[in-house]
Design a protein around this ligand. Structure first.
Ligand code: 13P
Length: 252
């Protein structure tokens, strides 16, 4: 399992973005280049809709920003109308893919074992899966958060290879609600301990991202929490100014 010690700030554009949105990517790449020259060290990636993958990769060539997809099929090719394989994403030059986002788990009924198969497919194609887990509001109220996370980790993570984990409490996505810093710390500590137990020697190096209503205004305190190694950002990744504000908040 390879891992970087850099913070990872990942954007998820979800089903947003047309060709003209690529101007935001240009501004992000420019901002990261300038910030890096001033000592900032976080990595930035943007996961765009499938329609923009090729163009986004072209626009970010020779810049520090890398591109990812938002989902992939477990198979390399075949009769799966409307789906995209990890090999196709890799073919565009993209380097990452989100798997198991709660919107896919909810909208498309994806199970942990499907998420695992998709994540293995990504590794087979040479791209890195960002594997998402997170409890619903109801599960949290029932005090089941850590049990739910453990089940998702057990079922969704690949047995080896490179991956990133993203902890996104479902109730915090797009709502402006954020867990307390103590709650984020507890969840990330739990995930870290799980990783260290399951992957002796490498589990301590896996990057664990927090996602759910991360904004420029709360990024520094969230990214300052132990075992938070980056952020997965939805709404605030659509505008370069906001996303760069989050990127700059990463400790260097
Ligand atoms: P928001 O940042 O809009 O809450 O979305 C988080 C998310 O789902 C990223 O994958």
């Amino acid at each position: 399992m390879t891992a970087s010690s850099n913070y990872l700030i990942a954007g998820n554009w979800k089903m947003n973005g047309l060709k003209h949105s690529l101007g935001e990517l240009d501004a992000m790449a420019k901002g990261v280049k300038a910030g890096s020259a001033n000592g900032a060290s976080a990595d930035m990636i943007v996961c765009v809709p499938a329609s923009l993958l090729t163009l986004a990769v072209e626009r970010c060539a020779n810049t520090p920003v890398e591109i990812g997809g938002q989902d992939c099929h477990a198979n390399a090719s075949g009769a799966h109308t409307g789906d995209i394989s990890a090999e196709m994403i890799a073919d565009t030059g993209a380097k990452w893919v989100i798997t198991g986002h709660s919107e896919r788990r909810t909208d498309h009924g994806e199970s942990d074992s499907e998420v695992k198969a998709k994540s293995e497919a990504a590794q087979r194609a040479g791209i890195v899966p960002i594997i998402c887990i997170g409890e619903t509001g109801e599960e949290r109220e029932q005090g089941r958060t850590l049990d739910v996370l453990e089940g998702q980790l057990e079922g969704s993570l690949t047995n080896d290879g490179d991956f990133v984990v993203a902890y996104e409490p479902v109730w915090a996505i797009g709502t402006g609600l954020v867990p307390t810093l103590d709650d984020i710390e507890a969840a990330h500590r739990f995930i870290r301990e799980y990783l260290e137990n399951r992957y002796p020697g490498s589990g301590s190096d896996v990057r664990i991202l927090y996602g759910g209503s991360v904004k420029p205004g709360n990024a520094a305190e969230i990214l300052g929490i132990d075992n938070v190694n980056g952020a997965l950002v939805g709404g605030a990744s659509l505008k370069a100014d906001d996303f760069l504000g989050i990127w700059r908040a990463a400790p260097s």
